[in-house]
Write a protein that binds this ligand. Structure first.
Ligand SMILES: *Cc1c(COP(=O)(O)O)cnc(C)c1O
Length: 385
């Protein structure tokens, strides 16, 4: 954690690419060999960094990437990623030519969308498509056999359109009760039976289903959260068949240290009052970095000790009650471990009463990301993109 120097601020995140690769290999090792690993790198790879995670996942055996929006796919193409990329969300039919030119795979989720896409698509274009079936997520997707058959017919008759895959998405794969999951799985299989011809890629599973439901893997799985070392839910965390490790940590350095006397106050509203003589450190991280005000009271690690955030969190700074006087420049770990102590992403999620997915996503782009590979800091140049 010593060799930064390409940014001018004492707050940074570290993403451990070795852990991401190990997570991918571990999950892949748990799947049959003929099941393809689609690495989900939407939302800047859940806040970890799209290019770096995409490269790590591909190196570790992923054969395809998935993102939510075309912009995310284009950003990866612009950064030199040539692997297949599937856009999971709704793209605009008017944008299909860009997708075709860049070899980006789009999702067909409506007959009407497909007709508009046909109108917009150039004569000599070739567009790869996956059909999305809504089996109970209620988000996007085809819901009836008649619409599926109509879509298949259009695809068959238009040589510019190549049916490359079909998929669905489970709403409750991260719960131990599998009744709704099984209903969705049954519906998906039924929809598959209506197809004249099965496309090369058939997939349903997110991380939770890929790990917990071998019966739903078909020939590909779409893995996001588990690749980053996080359990899809606390309910299934103890049941996961592979060991995964969190890749994202967050650090800052104490920029100011002072002693407060009993009765002295801290931060906006002067709501915190020292009840005795205490040492206070100031950290250059605040709610504009995604370290939101709700995290008041959350502990950070200083010299291996848990130290609570006191007073209100400001836009760019916050204060912690130190265990004792420490030098300016001491590292404070907000997510990650120091010595025997660890603050996990799950601890932050629980403090925020949300899911672990949300935590790295909300750490804003103002926080530079450092990458570790083979234990060394690498890839400095791309971190601020
Ligand atoms: C985000 C997403 C995934 C990945 O889900 P995880 O729970 O992170 O593994 C898979 N499929 C679709 C359609 C998604 O939107």
């Amino acid at each position: 954690m010593e060799e930064q120097g390409f940014f001018y601020r004492d707050t940074w995140a570290e993403v451990d690419l070795d852990r991401i690769k190990n997570n991918v290999k571990g999950i892949k090792g748990h799947l049959p060999e003929d099941v393809e690993f689609i690495a989900v790198v939407k939302a800047n790879a859940y806040g970890h960094g799209d290019l770096q995670v995409a490269e790590a996942a591909l190196e570790a055996g992923a054969s395809m990437l998935a993102v939510a929006f075309m912009d995310e796919a284009l950003a990866l193409r612009n950064k030199g990623i040539t692997a297949p990329i599937l856009v999971l969300g709704a793209s605009r039919p008017g944008d299909v030519n860009i997708a075709a030119e860049e070899g980006i795979i789009l999702t067909v989720f409506q007959e009407e969308w497909l007709e508009k896409a046909q109108e917009a698509l150039k004569k000599d274009a070739k567009l790869l498509l996956h059909i999305k079936i809504d089996t109970g997520m209620g988000r996007i997707g085809i819901r009836s056999a008649s619409e599926l058959k109509a879509v298949e017919k259009i695809l068959e008759e238009d040589s510019r359109l190549l049916l490359h895959g079909i998929y669905t998405h489970f709403a409750t794969a991260d719960e131990l009760d599998d009744s709704y999951f099984n209903r969705q799985l049954g519906l998906f299989k039924e929809m598959l039976s209506f197809l004249e011809k099965q496309p090369p890629f058939i997939h349903g599973s997110n991380s939770a289903a890929a790990l917990m439901h071998p019966d739903a893997r078909f020939n590909a799985v779409r893995v996001g959260i588990a690749m980053y070392g996080l359990a899809p839910s606390m309910e299934i965390a103890p049941e996961l068949p592979v060991e995964i490790q969190e890749a994202f940590t967050l650090h800052s350095r104490i920029v100011h240290v002072k002693k407060l006397e009993k009765g002295e106050k801290v931060s906006y509203g002067a709501t915190y009052e020292a009840s005795e003589e205490i040492w206070v450190g100031t950290l250059p991280i605040g709610y504009a970095d995604g370290w939101i005000r709700r995290l008041q009271g959350q502990e950070v690690l200083v010299d291996g000790k848990r130290s609570p955030i006191i007073g209100r969190i400001c836009m760019d700074q916050c204060m912690v009650k130190l265990p004792y006087e420490v030098p300016v420049g001491t590292i404070a770990t907000l997510i990650g471990s120091q010595g025997q102590e660890e603050i996990s992403i799950n601890e932050i999620a629980s403090k925020l009463e949300t899911i672990n997915y949300e935590v790295p996503c909300i750490i804003s782009s103002r926080v530079p990301r450092l990458y570790r590979q083979n234990g060394e800091v690498v890839d400095l140049n791309n971190s601020l993109l």
